[in-house]
Design a protein around this ligand. Structure first.
Ligand SMILES: Nc1ncnc2c1ncn2[C@@H]1O[C@H](COP(=O)(O)OP(=O)(O)O)[C@@H](O)[C@H]1O
Ligand SMILES: [Mg+2]
Length: 327
């Protein structure tokens, strides 16, 4: 078996490396998150970040927004939010006597949706439809969203009260689900020093490093990364295991909701982007194994019984990864 430790040092030369370095410089201990955000940017995917308040979720997204050309909007979700607060509204113009569409915050290149699980289901589905289709139907017309278009949503850990958990069918729209942990002692010290320095030097925004043409060229490059037939078999074998159809591991009675083909495709495209970020024009099993938890776990759900026995999507996927041989 290959070494599947999550080595996240991004070696691809500028401008991707410059952007990643710029994000990492202001984020202590978030190399994995930065890599995941880069992968989503390169594949046109959306990311769900989960973690307690105060773990630099908003900060991470702002740093990404600062580094990439384009418009940025933030939506703070609350239980009284309406779909039109996100997509936009028809307004009557007194002067012309005509109705006019006022685009909502979703019509931006990068959209931060904070605390998505506080938004009511109707808002969540409007948003997730926009993410899936790249367009919004409002005021009787279908309007395309800008290109590039990327949503980064945050959610507090689901145990916290007063939330509307996203249904699995909607979670599937996210390329990846990244879970943040509390920092350790050394990281806490580093965060103190970093923020102190920033405040004292009045560190401001730098100009974006990445323009749309360069991003589009990088995305084309990523599409050329080679996935060998053996590697495709490996990905399919992992996904089949979540469906209880694997010789390597039997999970029929532990999985309630299995990974869909959208999950397989997401694994393929993110593996390509990870390989490219590491300076390769071919993906390796390590790319798959490192990304599989963040790409697949939110697309599957254990049975209630399995949950009661202490299993989670993440523990089950870890078992799948050790049972299913890479090649
Ligand atoms: N890993 C980290 N690196 C740098 N700053 C951090 C980190 N974790 C927390 N902070 C600081 O904590 C504060 C809260 O960050 P914020 O992005 O608002 O958190 P969240 O959106 O997760 O609630 C910010 O001032 C940020 O600078
Ligand atoms: Mg925040």
């Amino acid at each position: 078996m290959e070494d599947i430790t999550d080595s996240t040092t991004i070696v691809q030369t500028d401008p991707a490396a410059m952007l990643a370095a710029r994000m990492e410089a202001g984020l202590v201990g978030h190399a994995v998150l930065v890599e995941r955000l880069m992968i989503a940017l390169l594949t046109g995917g959306h990311v769900l970040i989960e973690g307690a308040p105060g773990l630099a979720k908003t900060r991470s997204v702002r740093r990404l927004a600062d580094g990439v050309e384009g418009s940025f909007a933030r939506i703070q979700c609350t239980p009284d939010l309406m779909p039109s607060d996100v997509t936009g509204t028809q307004i009557y113009r007194q002067d012309s006597g005509a109705m006019e569409f006022l685009p909502g915050p979703v019509f931006h290149n990068l959209v931060l949706v904070d605390e998505i699980n506080r938004a009511p289901p109707k808002v969540q589905s409007a948003l997730l439809e926009a993410m899936g289709e790249g367009q919004v139907t409002a005021g009787g017309r279908t309007r395309p969203l800008p290109d590039p278009f990327m949503v980064i949503a945050t959610q507090n850990p689901l145990e916290q009260e007063g939330t509307f958990p996203l249904p699995e069918a909607q979670l599937d729209r996210f390329l990846m689900h990244v879970v943040l942990d509390l920092p350790d002692e050394a990281a806490e010290m580093e965060i103190l020093d970093l923020v102190e320095t920033e405040l004292r030097t009045h560190a401001g925004r730098e100009a974006p490093t990445l323009d749309h043409a360069t991003l589009a060229a990088m995305q084309e490059d990523v599409l050329q990364v080679h996935l060998s037939p053996a590697l495709k078999h490996y990905m399919v074998a992992l996904v089949m295991a979540t469906r209880g159809a694997s010789d390597a591991i039997d999970l029929t009675d532990r999985i309630r909701h299995a990974v869909s083909p959208r999950g397989t495709l997401a694994l393929a495209s993110s593996a390509r982007a990870r390989a490219w970020l590491h300076g390769r024009d071919y993906a390796v099993p390590e790319d798959i194994a490192a990304l599989a938890p963040d790409v697949l776990c939110h697309r599957m759900a254990p049975t209630w019984r399995a949950q009661a026995e202490g299993h989670t999507s993440r523990t089950i996927l870890a078992e799948i990864l050790s049972a299913v041989p890479p090649l």
